[in-house]
Design a binder for this molecule. Sequence first.
Ligand SMILES: *Cc1c(COP(=O)(O)O)cnc(C)c1O
Length: 415
Amino acid sequence: MVYSNAIRTAHRGELSAIADQGLLKEERYIHSPQSANIMVEYPAGSALKPVLNLCSNNYLGLSSHPEVIDAARQALSDRGYGMSSVRFICGTQDIHRELEAKLSTFLGTEDTILFPSCMDANAGVFEAILGPEDVIISDRLVHASIIDGVRLCKAARDICEHSDMEMLEAKLKQHQDKRARLIVVDGVFSMDGDMAPLDRICTLAERYDAMAFVDDSHATGFIGKTGRGTPEHFGVMGKIDVMTTTLGKALGGASGGCVTGRKEIVQLCRQRARPYLFSNTMPPPIVAGALRVLEILNRSTERRDKLEENTRFWRKGLEEAGFIIKEGESPIVPVMLFNAKLSQDIARDLYQEGVYVIGFFFPVVPKGQARIRTQLSADHDVPLLERALAAFKKVGRKYGILGLDEQGVIDKYGL
Ligand SMILES: *Cc1c(COP(=O)(O)O)cnc(C)c1O
């Protein structure tokens, strides 16, 4: 009970250092359900403002879908609010096993184990299946939760430059003396929206006796012709040995994650993965909501198809307006601004115009690579995107960046 003045002063110093660098994260309070149109209180205490939301992971527009809400409400009545237990004591209902089975069928894998979140799945999976005699070769840009999970595991670590297949091949050769080699990538990388080349990764994995790991959190439900994720997109379903993904993005956006893949890997997670053993089970209403989400996705590809159309419309619109965007096919569309302050100024002006987006800069993205990350949703439609585009053009003109190339923007605003 001694939070001494010395430590309080030190903590205050750290907080002001964060603020001085302009890196303080502020929350915007949303007063409506998650949706394409939201009511936001920002700054705190100001009047509510209706804005178009272009920064959520609600890719399929299922976060507030009436059918999902009904299923959750029904489970709340029938199965209760919480389980007050981890899975292996008294936290497994039949619906937990049903969701695991349905996820395996949907993703084309042998077995699946649920976790409280994908962060937890990544924290638990590596330690459960690898030891000091193994090596993990991960892409430089993998998600923070993978970096943490790898740290918790005793396997040797090596890092490959982003999507550099020559370097990956060299590292696979170099590590032939290890018991196992695990190649680790994100299916869709969250800050750039590009995909790991899973076809080439699988070829290399076969050639050099390696396993492949993919975190498909930004892909499950909508990438690939039927939304099975990046393995479907690259034609390698069933070849990825271990995947993790989240239920907290496209699949209803509540919470939960999983490890899915080879059944022995899943069984080892059930015995050893610490967040599975030591953290509370997913609540019944969320399990039931996720089951309904899978049912909706199995019924038709309508939502992922609409998302694909929205994505094409948005990418084309931004490009024609003269913005620099990161090329790709995913609904993550970064608008490149390079200069950190410019990304913040433009995001603020867009908010004034009724468009809610966030500017990212170092250390979230590399220095000199500041950007506004826009994300599309099946909840969007063309009229809404046209309004958003008009706001982008108005603000882009104000800053005189439309039609400039990278060097042009840097000459004007510096880095
Ligand atoms: C969002 C995300 C996670 C974390 O998912 P949660 O279920 O919210 O913990 C993990 N990995 C990647 C690649 C993500 O994008």
